[in-house]
Design a protein around this ligand. Sequence first.
Ligand code: TMP
Ligand code: MG
Length: 211
Amino acid sequence: AIAADVRRGALIVLEGLDRSGKSSQCSRLTSFLHTQGLSVEAWRFPDRSTPMGKMISSYLSSQMDLDDASIHLLFSANRWEKRALMEAKLRAGTTLVVDRYSYSGVAFSAAKGLDLDWCKAPEAGLPAPDLVLYLDISAEAAAERGGYGGERYEKVEFQKKVEQNFKSLQDSTWQNIDATQSIDTLESIIRGAALKVVNDCHSGRELSHMW
Ligand code: TMP
Ligand code: MG
């Protein structure tokens, strides 16, 4: 009864189209959980700080071209290179608030025409989120939000396909949230859902693995 006494942290993932508001909600949620006295860290994928992340970043800014399957596997490998650290943090009691995860990996690559099950395969075995908060917004509404930053996937027609793929990936850990609500309303819905799952994890909910 030594290691078992450590109350593990929760793996909370925010997903959604580009410009759905994930990044601001991730930082708001992280600050909030911190004020609740919890150990919490904000993470994001792609993690552009690693050598693989730097390749992904130059692909996204169109400085480099890569085969569709190859970039897909690189995005996945960028999660795998963080797996041990992710699991160690969770088991040590730190809650991780993660901006994008395997769902983005599959939804974006499959939107190029790659087979959905093929896209899911390399994600199998990664830690599974305890909660996926999907910030639901149409591709058209997202595009109206001050436009896109010019990265590779930031085009309405493409994002429409991504949206359909996201919806086919929903499972029991997902909570869909209407992302057109005010920032403050969203924040409070997200806080409530996050506190509940942190509590579940503290009460013994086991860490599971994809898919
Ligand atoms: P970001 O804007 O959140 O940094 O993500 C960059 C882009 O990469 C975004 O358009 C979504 C896309 N993406 C993938 O295609 N596969 C992945 O595995 C991830 C995490 C993101
Ligand atoms: Mg982006």
